[in-house]
Design a protein around this ligand. Structure first.
Ligand SMILES: Cc1cc2nc3c(=O)[nH]c(=O)nc-3n(C[C@H](O)[C@H](O)[C@H](O)COP(=O)(O)OP(=O)(O)OC[C@H]3O[C@@H](n4cnc5c(N)ncnc54)[C@H](O)[C@@H]3O)c2cc1C
Length: 428
């Protein structure tokens, strides 16, 4: 068995680690200089920033398992915070340290910033969904689902909408209720530690993809970064993969490329015509990450803070996370008018927005805007996603856009990589 994994994002590296665990000396080919893909380190202004500020949750079973196993610091690489959903000066929901569903019943009944009737309404919605095992007969949008359960404008604004955008990166008027409910099932509907918010204490390449690359190398595999694959063709013995003027033959390929790039490779393979069609139908949503370099004394009141704002959804205190004093990172998820702004205008607006919420701040000495125009696919009702097993034998797909219970997240990516590897191993 000679296996190529193409792409060293979280999906590709999860596949590579799983194969390495079973003694397969896998070859990972990655176009970028360092592994991590959309969750990678970006060096700027003397700091190791991230391509995107990421939130993990306690329900990310496989991602957490792999990080804790592979990272030299184990669990200490992550900061685990019991659910404390704070929309600055507007709303607070804390999960109680009680068995499910009491952690949520008590948490919602004690939520601050919404009326008692609204608290009861939100609770009734979750309990009704729980008794239906968070399933739906057909799919609809998140807003349509919230209409059915008479959720008030205020509860939507401070709880359901931010939760939907954070999890699905799709506006609630377009987002899939079925996928949203699966996220609720595995977080608010599960044990209290499943809704923990988990933040990385290092940059996202160092969190998993880099230690995973060392792990694979130590087991006879290799991770070739700066190595762009230019063609994948069927040949005697399997697949011929062309990269950097070299052509190698592999018995199996795990293709872990992003959705918007994968079709360029699949289009010439007739057996994959159906997959190509499914991928072609995907549309995408942006995420903007805006970093501001303030004097060292500037801090937030929590490592992560939500805002009831049309622009900034979340802000992160990088000092609390990874010791980057004065660095505040702001996240703007999904589509919106901010996409029309030039980067320096956007950074200025984010600074002004932070001042409106937090009070006067000194001017930042530097700003860095990272715009990921195709951060995730739009997670809309009834969306088809291709399975990891394709009609072409020994050619597997991995990536956050492939079939999963989860929206486009690290966990969807990691689970897809593990499943693709298990198919190669004949275990799935
Ligand atoms: C800004 C931002 C914020 C996000 N926030 C969160 C969050 O808070 N929580 C969460 O769970 N998820 C979040 N996500 C989503 C998460 O990052 C992705 O779901 C996940 O990283 C996808 O991993 P992947 O391995 O499927 O794809 P990718 O990370 O895209 O990996 C694909 C790899 O293929 C490589 N590649 C491309 N072309 C070639 C080629 N020709 N040859 C070789 N290699 C190639 C790429 O360089 C890349 O490394 C966020 C994403 C973004 C962009």
């Amino acid at each position: 068995m000679k296996v190529a994994v193409i792409g060293a994002g979280y999906a590709g590296m999860a596949a590579a680690v799983t194969l390495a665990d079973h003694g397969i000396p896998v070859t990972v080919l990655e176009a970028a200089r360092l592994p991590g893909g959309r969750a990678r380190r970006v060096e700027a202004h003397g700091f190791a920033l991230d391509n995107g500020l990421h939130i993990l949750i306690g329900a990310y079973r496989e991602t957490l398992r792999l990080i804790e196993r592979i990272h030299p610091a184990g669990k200490r690489a992550l900061m685990r915070l019991p659910l404390d959903w704070v929309i600055h000066r507007q709303f607070r929901l804390r999960s109680a340290a009680l068995p499910a569903p009491w952690h949520l019943v008590v948490g919602l009944l004690q939520a601050q910033g919404i009326s008692f009737t609204e608290r009861l309404g939100a609770l009734r919605f979750v309990l009704r969904m729980r008794s239906a095992r968070f399933g739906l007969a057909g799919d609809l949008t998140v807003d349509e689902l919230l209409d059915r359960f008479d959720q008030s404008a205020r509860v939507r604004r401070v709880l359901w909408h931010p939760l939907c955008v954070a999890a699905l990166n799709t506006p609630p008027r377009r987002a899939s209720a079925r996928v949203f409910l699966r996220v609720l099932r595995d977080t608010l509907g599960a044990g209290h530690d499943q809704c923990d918010l988990i933040l990385a204490r290092t940059d996202l390449s160092a969190l998993f993809p880099e230690p995973a690359a060392s792990y694979v190398a130590a087991r006879g595999g290799s991770v070739r970064t700066g190595c762009r694959v230019t063609a994948i063709d069927r040949c005697d013995g399997g697949f011929s993969v062309a990269a950097e003027g070299r052509q190698d033959v592999f018995t199996h390929v795990v293709c872990a490329l992003p959705a918007h790039q994968v079709n360029a490779f699949l289009i010439g393979i007739s057996a994959l015509a159906e997959v190509v069609e499914i991928v072609e139908r995907l549309t995408y949503q942006p995420i903007y990450s805006v970093y501001l370099g303030y004097p060292r004394s500037v801090r937030l009141t929590a490592p992560m803070l939500g805002f009831d704002s049309a622009l900034v959804h979340w802000a992160f205190d990088r000092e609390a996370l990874c010791g980057q004093a004065g660095v505040i990172g702001a996240v703007i998820s999904a589509e919106g008018p901010h996409q029309q702004l030039a980067q320096d205008e956007l950074a200025r607006e984010v600074h002004e927005e932070l001042q409106r919420h937090l009070g006067p701040l000194p001017a930042p000495s530097w700003t860095q805007v990272i715009a990921e125009k195709r951060a995730t696919f739009s997670c809309t009702p009834g969306l088809a996603r291709p399975p990891q097993r394709t009609p072409l034998r020994n050619f597997l797909l991995a990536g956050d856009y492939t079939e999963s219970d989860y929206p486009a997240t690290l966990e969807a990516a990691v689970r897809s990589g593990i499943n693709a590897a298990n198919i190669v191993l004949g275990k799935a």
